[in-house]
Design a protein around this ligand. Sequence first.
Ligand SMILES: NC(=O)c1ccc[n+]([C@@H]2O[C@H](COP(=O)([O-])OP(=O)(O)OC[C@H]3O[C@@H](n4cnc5c(N)ncnc54)[C@H](O)[C@@H]3O)[C@@H](O)[C@H]2O)c1
Length: 255
Amino acid sequence: MYSVEDKIAIITGAAGGIGLDLAKTFAQLGAKVVAIDAKEQDSETVKSVFAGAKYQPLIITADLTKLEEIERTIALTEAQWHRTDILINCLGVNTRKPIEDYTPEEWDKILDVNLKSVFFMTQKVSERMKINASGKIVNISSMMGIITWDGAGKFSLAPYSASKAGLISLTKSFALALAPYNITVNAVCPGFVDTPLVAAVKNDPILFEDIICRTPLKRFAATSEIVAPVLFLSTAASSYITGHALLVDGGWNVQ
Ligand SMILES: NC(=O)c1ccc[n+]([C@@H]2O[C@H](COP(=O)([O-])OP(=O)(O)OC[C@H]3O[C@@H](n4cnc5c(N)ncnc54)[C@H](O)[C@@H]3O)[C@@H](O)[C@H]2O)c1
């Protein structure tokens, strides 16, 4: 019952730290994965990551801030697998700098990738899910969409935090709009996860110390610790949960 086997799962940001682990785990559990990223995925990595999977993934290189690219990925998915059961919006970008230094271009880039792309991807994919009267959508937001952090006084995450707060709001709006079609929409809000997105933070002793000090579990999450709650929200195990933002932050928000 609580399985993703034979389900068609679109995963965006699938060449990144969390997205690749999601794609790998879903494929290992027998899902038909559509792995989308703006970054081209090299064939040797793909071969080794998905070795032994029940279905080889459909790998698509696409910039999902462009509506025509969203349409193209959906057309490719339908041509191969005819429907979509699960959508995981995991793509994301971040910039860290003092609040006065952000340019309009940087603002647009962060909001376009983290929010606009998710809105239109979800709008288009959910149109297809409605026909089947079922679907599971999971948005990877961030604990920075609930609180924010000033990098021990070094920078502001204003655009990133605003985009991730917006994503929690989008999650609720889509949850309401799609509930009549038996489609659940939830968000996972990670704290610090050991991936390339936060390598610069992890490698800065002052920032690292500040994070560990604020995190009761005293470490970054492994990607598998984000994959597990996403998996839960992608199966019938979470059938009565919708519009929820699940913090997975090692306890940061408790204090
Ligand atoms: N790593 C963390 O500590 C952390 C914490 C909280 C939330 N998150 C969120 O988790 C998600 C995954 O983060 P990650 O740590 O794996 O980062 P990552 O940088 O390793 O992966 C993000 C992926 O998104 C892709 N991407 C960016 N713009 C795109 C576009 N226009 N079209 C298609 N793909 C695009 C990138 O190419 C990259 O592969 C992001 O949404 C991030 O904000 C990460």
